[in-house]
Design a protein around this ligand. Structure first.
Ligand SMILES: [Mg+2]
Length: 114
């Protein structure tokens, strides 16, 4: 579990630093918005990503760049949302991964896949 622990530490520290720098940049150059705005934006961007995947699923051509672009939009919106809502993403994600890992281990002991 050393790799899991080091991953958790890296996520906790790195994400927090990235989120802080991102917040400084956003506050300097962009209009401040409430968390509700960014929540709607996040869901809109996730919807755009889902639409791209749905299009591909139906056999229609979708440029790889579109997936990357929409995935980036989702992350940007999530960081804006988290900053506006004062969520420490590094802590939130690492706490969640720990819970998921405990559940995964419990299932593995019963021979079940997560
Ligand atoms: Mg988009």
């Amino acid at each position: 579990m050393e790799s899991f622990d080091s991953m958790i530490n890296l996520i906790n520290e790195s994400l927090q630093k990235i989120q802080e720098k991102f917040d400084i940049y956003q506050k300097e150059f962009f209009t401040q918005r409430p968390p509700e705005f960014f929540c709607l934006e996040l869901n809109g961007e996730a919807g755009e990503l889902a639409n791209a995947e749905n299009k591909k699923l139906k056999g229609k051509p979708v440029a790889d760049e579109l997936f990357a672009d929409e995935a980036a939009d989702v992350l940007i919106a999530l960081m804006n949302y988290s900053n506006a809502r004062k969520i420490d993403l590094g802590k939130a994600v690492s706490d969640k991964l720990k819970k998921i890992e405990i559940k995964r281990q419990e299932l593995a002991e019963k021979g079940e896949a997560y």
